[in-house]
Design a protein around this ligand. Structure first.
Ligand code: SAM
Length: 184
């Protein structure tokens, strides 16, 4: 086995292979929406059996065992990570509601940025590593950057890898720009 994947990278490849190259126990939180087997362009040629196999393998490569992406006993829901207002408005609630992504013009199936941002804020601490095995347009990686966490994203389609890397660069640039403005 070569070196492990360094955090803050978007990797081109199949999650079933790439996940084996992530350092054990280095990921605090794994947030992803996989292919849904509903006829999207990136699912072309994938049979139902292939799809089931993909999900089974990816889930099995998450250790320790994770149900609903939750690590019992390790993950702490700490209300002090949120402001009082955030805790009241969504942190303490079992159901979250926010608008879906209307403009899926660059990627067919993005989830709203607010979804990974909330999960990251609630379940991880700054500098933790957040993983997305199906990173698509880069939503989870961008959320991680905005929340001061590290990220690893994986996608099998080169165009989405490029898209994610660009989204990360844009986010970092705009954050650096804001910091510089605050100096004056
Ligand atoms: C539902 S989309 C994820 C969208 C993402 N959550 C976002 O907000 O942009 C699923 C992604 O999984 C990628 N994908 C499909 N099979 C894959 C595999 N075996 N390994 C890695 N990525 C894969 C597709 O290219 C697609 O971008």
């Amino acid at each position: 086995m070569g070196e492990y994947i360094k955090p803050n990278s978007i990797i081109h490849g199949d999650s079933r292979e790439i996940l084996r190259q992530i350092a054990p126990d280095s990921v605090a939180c794994s947030i992803w929406s996989p292919p849904y087997h509903v006829g999207k362009e990136y699912e072309a040629g994938m049979s139902y059996e292939d799809w089931l196999g993909l999900l089974q393998t990816v889930v099995s490569l998450h250790t320790p065992i994770i149900y609903i992406f939750w690590k019992p006993g390790i993950t702490v829901v700490d209300r002090d990570r949120l402001t009082k207002e955030e805790w009241v408005n969504w942190g303490s609630r079992a159901v979250w509601s926010f608008p879906s992504v209307r403009a899926n013009d660059d990627h067919e199936a993005k989830f709203p940025l607010e979804l990974p941002r909330r999960i990251i804020r609630l379940l991880t601490t700054p500098e933790d590593v957040v993983l997305d095995c199906f990173v698509g347009s880069g939503t989870t990686a961008v959320a991680a950057i905005l929340e001061g966490r590290q990220y690893i994203g994986i996608d099998i389609e080169e165009k989405y890898v490029e898209m994610s890397r660009k989204a990360c660069r844009r986010t970092l640039e705009s954050m650096n720009g804001e910091q510089q403005l605050q100096l004056f």
